[in-house]
Design a protein around this ligand. Structure first.
Ligand code: TYD
Length: 392
């Protein structure tokens, strides 16, 4: 079901690993199954830090076939996400006015649709979740079902030769073989193609103690220094780095081909220097800080359970991490409400806690806000609810 990693995915070092986090053996965060259905199994959730290039990565890689078949994660239609798309589109348009966009990990095509509505002329998606690629194709967004491998890079090239922009939003850290990813980027990118990679930013994860970003799909916790180490000796270089608030703090890493002759923006050395001063120290304290938060939420929920019905809000992957780290069962969290139809009627991985529609919130006195990254929007939309949101 999984294999242990032996080498740093970015710099190739073999023995520079320090263990910086261990959440034990955990279920797969998006393995929402129907009652009575067998789960896809459990795997260790441990993070190793490379003292060479500062990449943090999981100690194991779970078979992607298991992780991504029948994938329930659908890009949020929230105003928060639309606001982010607007900012990202603006950042891309400062670099170039893209006609042709290739998105790797295009999910159900929500971002590509946004691009078409805002001036792009032709788009292609590639996504391994066949159920989502089907939805995108049915909506007229040409989507290749599968991972970004040699054959799908060729297929994309046959559709349009050389996109203006290649976008990879929150997919890069799900990929095991980065060297191959860069080789395939080389196949699809022409001289002036802009590459836009958006990931949760490790410095936000560390500063805000977001240990719930750690689950089996997130193989890596990427720093700019690690990305720079990966690109060493490849046709690509760091071009511009920008932080965005989405998903608890993300970073957009823009790459350009070296032979395009474009000078890198001042943000590149700035981010690298800031990380070098702090990242090792922050990882060294991360585990203790995380367990402080876990214990705190456990205490809060135990106390509130005695006073009224407690539910969760947002059956996110993050909720699975919290729930299993705290050891919550249905007697603690009676249900989780979530707007995603694919998750409703299913059970939170590793537990007997069912996912219900958002309407169920009104039957609870307390709700643990697992989708804290959409906090403002969720609180606003449930302003008429008389209960109390809980967070650690
Ligand atoms: P998200 O943070 O997008 O993902 P991850 O699984 O990577 O942690 O998950 C947020 C969840 O919250 C998602 O399942 C949708 C749900 N949600 C609602 O139910 N209602 C809302 O108003 C919003 C904004 C999200």
């Amino acid at each position: 079901m999984y294999r242990e990693i032996k080498l740093c995915r970015a710099c190739g070092a073999a023995n520079l690993f320090a263990e910086v986090m261990d959440l034990g053996t955990q279920p797969l965060a998006n393995d929402f199954r129907l009652p009575g259905e067998a789960c896809n199994g459990y795997a260790p959730l441990k993070v190793l830090y490379c003292q060479g290039c500062s990449l943090a990565q999981l100690s194991v890689v779970v078979d992607p076939q298991i992780l991504y078949s029948g994938y329930p994660y659908v890009t949020s239609r929230s105003n928060t996400m639309l606001g982010h798309f607007a900012l990202l589109w603006q950042a891309i348009n400062i670099e170039c006015r893209p006609d042709r966009i290739l998105e790797i990990g295009s999910n159900d095509g929500f971002f590509l649709d946004y691009c078409l509505q805002n001036g792009a002329k032709d788009v292609i998606g590639i996504d391994p979740a066949e159920n989502l690629a089907e939805i995108a194709n049915a909506r007229g967004l040409f989507t290749i079902p599968g991972i970004f491998n040699d054959s799908n890079a060729d297929k994309a090239n046959r559709h349009f030769n050389g996109p203006d922009v290649v976008v990879a939003r929150h997919v890069f850290c799900h990929i095991d073989d980065w060297k191959k990813f860069v080789v395939n980027l080389d196949v699809v990118c022409r001289k002036n193609t802009l590459v836009v990679i958006e990931v949760p930013y490790v410095m936000d994860t560390l500063e805000r103690v977001e240990f719930d970003q750690i689950y089996h799909e997130h193989l890596s916790y990427l720093s700019i220094n690690a990305m720079n180490a990966l690109l060493d000796g490849t046709p690509f270089q760091l071009h511009r780095i920008t932080r965005f608030p989405i998903h608890g703090g993300s970073v957009v890493i823009m790459l350009r081909r070296r032979d395009a002759g474009v000078t890198a923006d001042a943000s590149v050395p700035k981010f690298m220097a800031e990380e070098q001063n702090e990242i090792g120290h922050k990882w060294a304290h991360f585990k203790d800080k995380s367990f402080f938060r876990i214990n705190k939420l456990r205490d809060i929920v135990n106390e509130k359970c005695a006073q009224g019905l407690v539910c969760g809000y947002g059956a996110s992957a993050k909720s699975t991490v919290w729930i299993n780290a705290c050891g919550f069962k249905r007697k603690h969290i009676n249900f989780i409400c979530d707007e995603t139809k694919q998750k409703q009627g299913r059970l939170s991985p590793g537990t007997d806690i069912p996912v219900m529609s958002e309407k169920a919130l009104h039957t609870a006195e307390y709700a643990v806000l697992f989708a804290w990254n959409f906090s403002e929007e969720i609180r606003r939309k449930n302003a008429d609810w008389k209960g109390e949101f809980l967070t650690a």
